[in-house]
Design a protein around this ligand. Structure first.
Ligand code: UDX
Length: 435
């Protein structure tokens, strides 16, 4: 009989994983402790924006018209324990309040709630991003299988992963996970079997590398600003070297989101506990370069409105989410910049295609508009801070007619300077003082 799978925690990771497992042909039960989430998911609705996820749920959630019926949801750990051969723990591990370290309480609660009900043989598989050494402390027939999904590409990253990493301690655990991932492995995803600590480290090491790559190009942007260079051309030239590669070399206002910033901090904190803090001191610099970008965008905006103060100035902000194709505003550089300008007295109006509700919740005192055109009306400066494709399709001439002063600052190096200048805009991109 096919394996029965449970997914504990139904956020970005868990909801996607549950739907993907159903798509791969397994019977799946998703569990969350928030009843409202379970109610929504049971109707095939998603509590966040992730392209394609609602369609995939619709294909499999029991009770939906024409669905395979392989996917159900519950709030009961007893039911989950009774149902599953393999339990995936997909709860979040945020940064602890006031500390760099990661908050493990959701993972610990998930294990503690499931364990007493496990009356038949089952494998518990951790997918959450945790400090190295955590798996060792958790009692269960256990495996560690980090996730690498990017928001906006979550389904594809789950169904066709670049690699599958499993930390195991028994042949049985490896065998079960080979069965779970038989389809993507047959389609070419490499399957890497390792111990617990290495499996835990792969995830934090990968995110640290990505964060370092972004901060590297942003450090180069700072040098380009000082030397009158062009960081976009520099990145293009660097990217042609196969050993470097062109991805994650887009300079701008830096990285944010629920993963990269907190993962590098938790990694530093854990290395400190292990007595290996020197190995990761460079990540402190990666973090500082990244945070400086936000401040630099605020300075460029101040310069644009006359260099004295934001008081009485109207600032339009295009983008609120930490990246496009997501409604996630956690540690969003765009909202952070908008917030700083607002706190310095500017009248900020934000527009984002999908992140408005979340942005309003985090920053209720900012102004919000229903479209880009409405946001820029009467603006003294326009800031492009999240590179939604919708913004690349804007008509610069139409916007120029609506603003008070046509100055555009591109915080993502994603708009075409020529097109905007032709329509009468003063255009300034980060790390490209003359481009
Ligand atoms: C990241 C990892 O990519 C993923 O593998 C892991 O599982 C979770 O963390 P995600 O947080 O969804 O995924 O976002 P990602 O696509 O990595 O982007 C992170 C941030 O970096 C965004 O704010 C993005 O705008 C920024 N970024 C990315 C840049 O500033 N420049 C770039 O060149 C690339």
């Amino acid at each position: 009989m096919a394996l029965r799978i449970t997914v504990i925690g139904t956020g970005y990771l868990g909801a996607t994983h549950a739907a993907a497992m159903a798509e791969l042909g397994f019977e799946v039960l998703g569990l969350d402790v928030v009843p409202e989430k379970i109610e929504l998911l049971s109707k095939g609705r998603v509590p966040m924006y992730e392209p394609g996820l609602e369609e995939l749920l619709g294909k499999h959630v029991a009770g939906m018209e024409g669905s395979s019926g392989r996917l159900r949801f519950t709030t009961s750990f007893e039911e989950a324990a009774d149902f599953g051969d393999v339990h995936f723990v997909c709860v979040n591990t945020p940064q602890k309040q006031g500390e760099y370290a990661c908050d493990m309480s959701y993972v610990e609660n998930a294990f503690a709630s499931l364990a007493p009900h496990l009356t038949r043989p089952a494998l518990v598989v951790g997918k959450s991003t945790v400090p190295v050494g955590s798996a060792d402390r958790l009692a269960a027939e256990l495996a560690w299988n980090p996730e690498f999904l990017r928001e906006g590409f979550a389904i594809d990253d789950t169904l066709r992963p670049d690699r599958i990493v499993v930390g195991v301690r028994s042949a049985r655990a490896e065998e079960l996970l080979r069965e779970v991932y038989a389809t993507p492995v047959a389609e070419g995803s490499p399957f890497i079997v390792t111990d617990f600590p290495t499996a835990e480290l792969v995830k934090t090491a990968a995110n640290s590398f990505l964060a370092t790559k972004i901060s590297f190009i942003n450090a180069m942007a700072e040098v380009c600003e000082a030397a009158d260079g062009d960081v976009a051309k520099l990145a293009e030239a660097l990217g042609h070297d196969d050993r470097i590669g062109g991805k994650f070399l887009r300079a701008g206002i830096g990285f944010g989101g629920g993963c990269l910033p907190k993962d590098i901090r938790a990694f530093m904190a854990r290395a400190g506990e292990l007595g290996a803090d020197q190995a990761l001191t460079f990540l402190r610099e990666v973090d500082s370069v990244n945070m400086r970008r936000r401040g630099h965008m605020v300075e460029l905006a101040l310069e644009a409105v006359g260099n004295t103060s934001f008081l009485g100035k109207r600032v339009a902000v295009l983008g609120a989410t930490f990246k496009p194709d997501s409604d996630d505003v956690r540690d969003s550089p765009a909202l952070n910049v908008a917030g700083q300008i607002h706190l310095q007295g500017g009248q900020v109006t934000v527009y984002d295609p999908k992140g408005m509700d979340n942005a309003r919740r985090v920053f209720p005192t900012l102004g919000y508009a229903g479209s880009a055109l409405e946001a820029v009306r009467g603006a003294d400066v326009v800031l492009h801070l999240t590179e939604w494709s919708e913004f690349r399709e804007l008509d610069p001439a139409e916007l120029a007619a609506a603003v008070s002063t046509p100055i555009l600052l591109d915080g993502r190096n994603a708009l075409d300077p020529e097109v905007w200048r032709k329509a009468g805009w003063t255009f300034r991109a980060m790390g490209r003082p003359r481009a």
